[in-house]
Design a protein around this ligand. Structure first.
Ligand code: ADP
Ligand code: MG
Length: 237
C-alpha cells in the first residue's frame, strides 16, 4: 500500500475526532503548566481544517463566485491536502502549537510525491514525518528533553524507522510510531520545561505531562488508526 489522498484525509479526520474527544484532557494538562488553551486551540484549528476539506480549493486567479461549484476539493494528492491542513492551522490557531503543527503539516505535505507519481511507501512516509519534525525544530528551536512536541515526535520517528528497517509496511510502522509517541509523551512528566510557556515555571513544570507532547501522541495514534483502516479496506498491507 502507499500513502494516497484518502489516507491523508482519513488521518486528518481521525486527528480531528481525537481532538474532539480529548480536548478537555489537553486543556487540563495545559492548565497545570501553561495557560489552559491547548485543547481549545487544536479544537478550533481542526474544526477549520474539516471545514476546508469540505469546501472547494479556492482557484488562485478566480475569486469565489456564487456559481463556483460546491463540493470536495479536487484531488491534488495527499501532499496538497496535508499542505493545506498546515496552512489552515497556521491561520486559525494563535498559540505556539498552531504555527508548529502548521509548519509540520506543510513540510510533510511538501515531502510527499506530487500527483501522477507513485505514492509514498513506508520509507517515503518516514522521510515526510522526518521533514515534519525538522520543521518543528527549525521553528521552535527545542531539543529533545526540553519537554515539548519534540519529545513525542522524536521517539515516534525512531520507532517508525526501526520498524521500517526491520521490514515493516505502513500499518506496522505507523503503529510502532504511535507507541513511540505515547511513551515519549509520558516520559515528559519528570522533565523540566525549557521552551514555551511552561518554561516560565522552571522546576514547577516537573511532574506534569507536556500538553503538546500529549497531542503529538494523538496525532500519531490517529495516523496508525487511519492506516490500519485503509489497509483493511484495500485488502492487506
Ligand atoms: P501556547 O503555549 O502559546 O498557549 P498551546 O497551549 O497551544 O500554545 O501549545 C503549548 C505546547 O506547544 C507545549 O505543550 C509544547 O509542547 C509546545 N511548544 C511550545 N513551545 C515550543 C517550542 N519552542 N518547540 C516545540 N514545541 C513547543
Ligand atoms: Mg497554551
Amino acid at each position: 500500500m502507499d500513502v494516497d489522498t484518502r489516507l491523508a484525509e482519513d488521518w486528518v479526520r481521525a486527528i480531528a475526532a481525537a481532538v474532539e474527544r480529548e480536548h478537555e484532557r489537553l486543556t487540563e494538562l495545559d492548565s497545570a503548566i501553561g495557560d489552559g488553551d491547548h485543547g481549545s486551540n487544536l479544537r478550533r484549528g481542526f474544526a477549520a481544517v474539516l471545514a476546508a476539506l469540505d469546501s472547494p480549493d479556492p482557484a488562485p486567479d478566480s475569486p469565489d463566485s456564487p456559481d463556483s461549484p460546491a463540493g470536495p476539493a479536487p484531488d491534488g494528492g495527499p501532499g496538497a491536502l496535508l499542505t493545506r491542513t498546515g496552512s489552515t492551522l497556521i491561520s486559525k490557531v494563535g498559540g505556539a502549537s498552531g504555527p508548529l503543527y502548521g509548519k509540520a503539516f506543510r513540510a510533510i505535505g511538501a515531502a510527499l510525491p506530487p500527483p501522477g507519481r507513485p505514492g509514498a511507501d513506508a520509507a517515503g512516509l518516514g522521510e515526510a514525518l522526518a521533514a515534519g519534525l525538522r520543521a518543528v525544530r527549525d521553528l521552535g528551536r527545542a531539543a529533545p528533553g526540553d519537554k515539548t512536541v519534540v519529545d513525542a515526535w522524536t521517539p515516534a520517528l525512531d520507532a517508525y524507522r526501526e520498524a521500517v528497517a526491520a521490514g515493516a509496511g505502513l500499518p506496522e510502522a505507523t503503529a510502532a510510531a504511535a507507541g513511540g509517541a505515547e511513551r515519549g509523551a509520558l516520559d515528559t512528566v519528570p522533565l523540566q520545561a525549557r521552551k514555551g510557556r511552561a518554561s516560565y515555571l522552571g522546576p514547577r513544570s516537573v511532574g506534569h505531562q507536556d500538553p503538546g507532547a500529549a497531542s503529538t501522541a494523538l496525532l500519531f495514534r490517529a495516523l496508525a488508526e487511519a492506516t490500519a483502516a485503509r489497509a483493511a479496506a484495500r485488502g492487506g498491507s
